[in-house]
Design a protein around this ligand. Structure first.
Ligand code: MIG
Length: 673
């Protein structure tokens, strides 16, 4: 059951796709209070109530005891205390005696105090005070959390469906700049027989970081390169940034300027801020005509043969505005000679650091929404979502029948219908490997099924063992991309001495690919989740809510990867009897029948487990070096006590029009002893 409550004049975000009538009664469960514009919703929490959701954020799966802020941020420092990352997914699940979910459809700043200030109280505050609040209550007692998420998806629409090849391994690095770089990556994977399906181009492919340009000196013929890459069974995925270089010789800028497509300041002039290309203008993606126009800019590269894009810097990230820079210089000048030793460095650094992604700048420019002028900060969290909508709609117009790969850094609810997400700039830290695991279910709750983190870690220098363990988690995530930052250690698999074990993790992924694709598609087409916390599936198991380092995967499986250095194994909790498949490679693995309960499990370096619930099954196919070569002609069924009937989903992996019924396949196997 879903009910809508309107507060003030809700801004139309497009997040929700069901048109529900406004309730006239008071909001259930929550106490409502107002202070000026702001609205606060609060509720008393009982000791064991669990709070989950909020999509892309740091912290535990059970978010109880913490605070968060919906404010899309270009934040490369994903430390434990971060209250915001790049996205705002205002879905919260309150799993208490009368479980419910709430969705706050508000594009401005929202703070979530989930038992932080007062352990027994939850307080949610909307700064705008104008929003639609949706309250979802269970329709089904047995699986209430899963059911709440399913209803949320019915409210907000079906999740994005990537092409099947997007489940292949993707290699990326900030720094690949030329045709030579692309060829080298392809060749080195080939030489060591490391499976690969895609190569990402980061900003270095552009001409001076200008959107929709290609540096001709480094890539003289993009179409020729795409053709060659395609003939090798690979796909190119270039990046696009939100800001458009303010240069009248740039056709995108000139056209946007002529048509009034950029965000403006109060005095009517175009708002400019520095990002990678230098001073740039920001398309007003909140307007439909601007989205249509920007979406068309993707066409030329699509014509050259690229099969997808990633959208970046769309919070939007702002290095500084000319005004902000002036203010900082002014502040520094005023400090000259005046600073006292004990606070000098703080004040100096503060004045300079403050120019980046500054609130002053976010208040300096305006959008036009349905003919009304709206200051950016009121709708900040929609910006990346609307850029990505522009790209998704453009690609759909370009090739209506074909699926394309798209993933974005910034998002809002609704983006899950158009695109995948990657989790942004993590570090090569073991703690971020664990963070990757914990963010998967909360992103899935919010509808983002096609997602993943930068494998190996983006910032800082990766270590061989960390990359290996990360690949062993990434082997199960829909987006499996190795990506790293400029100036960090190069982390392509082939550079490491234990590349064989890393390759074997990727080969396991390819052997599982038809199974994983099937599980992902069934989750998407049934408004379900691919990754779930254990307590979703075992609501009566008192230990399940405490498990933050294992996940249910699809209908049949559980994962429990190694997340610590030097570990030769780990403790795993089995909520029921399971078959453990301990992979050393796609063809070498051991099977163990394990009973419900706690187990220490040896998982030496090159090995990693997949657990299959008793009575259910998974299957392996023959691994190949490209995903399109992996087929279901032969499969090895893995299971314990299953009935020998395998049902899976399969399609051509590229046609946009899909249906669960048409895709379901069955095969019978002799029952194992
Ligand atoms: O300011 O394009 O998160 O994946 O490599 C950094 C360069 C801009 C941030 C993205 C990262 C990408 C990087 N970008």
């Amino acid at each position: 059951m879903i009910r809508r409550y309107a507060f003030g004049c809700p801004l139309q975000t497009g997040a929700v796709s069901l048109d529900l009538p406004k309730e006239q009664d008071g909001v259930p469960f929550l106490e409502v209070s107002r202070a000026e514009k702001a609205v606060t919703l609060s509720m008393a929490l009982a000791k064991d109530d669990l709070i989950m959701g909020l999509g892309e954020n740091v912290g535990p799966i059970n978010r109880r005891g913490r605070r968060y802020q919906s404010w899309n941020s270009d934040e490369f420092n994903h430390t434990e205390d971060r209250q915001s990352l790049y996205a705002s997914h205002n879905l919260l699940l309150v799993l208490c005696a009368a479980p419910f979910a709430l969705y706050l459809d508000d594009p401005g700043r929202v703070t979530w105090d989930l038992g932080f200030t007062d352990a027994d109280t939850m307080r949610i505050e909307s700064e705008n005070g104008d929003f639609d609040l949706y309250i979802i209550t269970p329709e089904d007692d047995a699986f209430s959390a899963i059911d709440l998420c399913r209803q949320f998806r019915r409210l907000t629409g079906r999740s994005y469906i990537p092409p099947r090849w997007a489940l292949g391994y993707i290699q990326s690095r900030w720094g690949y700049a030329s045709e030579e770089d692309v060829k080298t990556v392809a060749r080195c994977h080939r030489e060591k027989h490391i499976p690969l399906d895609g190569i990402c181009l980061d900003i270095d492919y552009m001409d001076a970081f200008r959107d929709f340009t290609v540096n001709k000196a480094a890539i003289p013929d993009l179409k020729g390169l795409c053709d060659r890459v395609k003939a090798d069974g690979l796909h190119l995925i270039p990046i696009i940034d939100a800001g458009v270089k303010a240069d009248e010789n740039d056709p995108v800028y000139a056209e946007g300027l002529k048509n009034g497509y950029f965000c403006r300041k109060e005095d009517g002039s175009v708002f400019l801020a520095a990002v990678w290309p230098g001073l740039s203008a920001f398309p007003d993606f909140l307007r439909e005509e601007v989205r249509t126009w920007f979406g068309e800019q993707y066409f030329a590269m699509l014509e050259s043969g690229v099969d997808g894009f990633w959208n970046d810097m769309n919070e939007p990230a702002l290095f500084y505005s000319p005004e902000g820079l002036e203010d900082a210089y002014g502040a520094l000048a005023a400090m000259k000679g005046e600073l006292k030793a004990h606070d000098a460095s703080f004040k100096l650094i503060g004045a300079v650091n403050g120019i980046k992604n500054s609130m002053d700048d976010y208040r300096r420019f305006f959008h036009s929404m349905n003919g009304k002028t709206v200051r950016h900060d009121r709708v900040h969290n929609l910006y990346g979502a609307m850029m990505t909508k522009a790209a998704a709609e453009g690609m759909r117009r370009f090739a209506p029948d074909r699926r394309m790969l798209l993933f974005t850094r910034s998002s809002f609810i609704g983006t899950h219908r158009e695109s995948g997400v990657w989790m942004g700039d993590n570090f090569s830290w073991w703690s971020h490997l664990a963070l990757h695991l914990r963010m998967l279910p909360s992103l899935n709750m919010a509808g983002f099924i096609y997602c993943g983190a930068d494998i190996g870690g983006f910032g800082a220098d990766t270590e061989e063992e960390l990359l290996l363990r990360w690949l062993q988690l990434g082997a199960f995530t829909p987006l499996m991309r190795n990506h790293s930052a400029l100036h960090t250690r190069e982390q392509e698999i082939y550079r490491f001495s234990n590349w064989r074990q890393m390759r074997d993790a990727v080969r396991v992924r390819y052997a599982l690919l038809p199974f994983l694709y099937s599980e992902m598609m069934r989750a998407i087409l049934q408004d379900g989740m691919l990754f779930r916390p254990l307590c979703f599936d075992y609501p009566l198991d008192p230990h399940a809510p405490t498990v933050e380092d294992q996940l249910m995967l699809g209908e049949s499986c559980m994962i429990a990867p190694v997340l610590a250095p030097h570990a030769k194994g780990r403790y795993v909790y089995l909520p029921e009897d399971m078959l453990m498949v301990l992979f050393a490679s796609d063809t070498q693995y051991t099977l163990s029948h394990l009973e419900k309960g706690h187990h220490w499990i040896d998982m030496p370096d090159g090995t990693f487990p997949l657990f299959i619930r008793r009575g259910k099954a998974a299957f392996l196919c023959r691994a190949e070096e490209r995903s399109h070569l992996v087929n279901t002609d032969e499969m090895t069924v893995l299971g314990w006590d299953h009935d020998g009937e395998i049902t899976w989903y399969e399609d051509d992996g590229i046609t946009a029009d899909v249906s669960l019924e048409k895709g379901l396949r069955h095969r019978t196997f002799p029952r194992e002893a």
